[in-house]
Design a protein around this ligand. Sequence first.
Ligand code: HH2
Length: 400
Amino acid sequence: MTDDSDGPLSVRSLNFDSPVPARELMAAIGVHPRGVDIMAAKLTARAIYVKNVKAVAANILKQEALSAGAEAAVHRHVINCRVARSDALLFGTAAALEDVARKLVGQDFGLDALGKEISRVLATWYAAPSLELKGRTYRLNAPLIVGILNVTPDSFSDGGEFDAPRAAIARARELLEQGAAVVDVGGESTRPGAAYVSAEEELSRVMPVVEVLAPEHPVSVDTRKAAVARKCAEAGAAMINDVSAGRDEPAVAEVCAEFGLPYVVMHMKGTPADMQQDPRYDDVVGEVRGFLAERAAWAKARGVEQIIVDPGIGFGKTLEHNLALINNVPALADLGYPVMVGHSRKSFIGKLTGAEVDGRLAGSLAAALVAARRGAHILRVHDVAATAQALAVDAAVTRA
Ligand code: HH2
């Protein structure tokens, strides 16, 4: 192709999964640095799901969205107020959505609060949270890997493999060398149908490992029990991972507050004993998000400073629920807390592919990459080396 100028004129398609190459290209074109900032916000379209807006407010939302160059899809009877309320799908470039939020602030009919909430959500899209573990700060703009170490006789994947302390400690060191930032030590299996373990029994399993590792390395402890959390915190544990989110023993949160430890609150419907008996939700993403927001606020009110939220893949969820939660990590990340995803080797991969537990590596890596691209900040995995490699290649290719 040519025009009347000197060189050939050409056109080609680009893909910008990450804004980094686009910014670099704009700089190479010679765009003013301020222009790069302004235009980067117009690069990709994103969507926000607004639930339960009054019809009058939905009409205004639609008008403001259109005038900002965005869109708001609302119920067709909003225009004549034949419905009292409507959900809205608001979408456009980040720049346009910011404009919509600004225009809503100060308006009636609940639009002021909506505008402020949209602004808050938009801010979470750009600022990666950070996590402080044993005095070291991790900026979570790339996923942190948490390696799983179950010192149990009955965990679904590695049960019985590492229940002797020496084997467990060696395995932990291996996970750290392979790229885990943290090792999550668990002394009670929470697989579906698992039996309850006493605090004494759990302590006898985890303490020999935590006592050796925690003084040197970031160790997380996967426990629902305050007595276990406390002893491990005293031994130097860096984080507490509570699959009951403080509902079994609220004092777990107090231990985290007292020792200044990050606290993982995970969603589970029911208990490990009954959670897989016909779990039902009207809106799984909305309900899990609401639960995590409530538990995070609860932990914060008890003085916990660092909170991590986790949708609890496989904990009271069908295959469809698990898939929806992994695909909708953005709906969890916009709560403003780091999001952990624990998909590794779980049964949803078996249900999709027919693979047995020890044949689920490829499926686990695929889920890890999708979760990471959707904005998961922490991945809890068994296969650390393979996950680190997959993430490194994914990050390098999308930045090229
Ligand atoms: N999954 C398991 C255990 N603890 N903690 C968080 N935060 N998120 C999870 O998804 C999660 C978790 C279950 O997996 P695993 O530890 O491999 O098995 P088991 O519970 O049988 O020990």
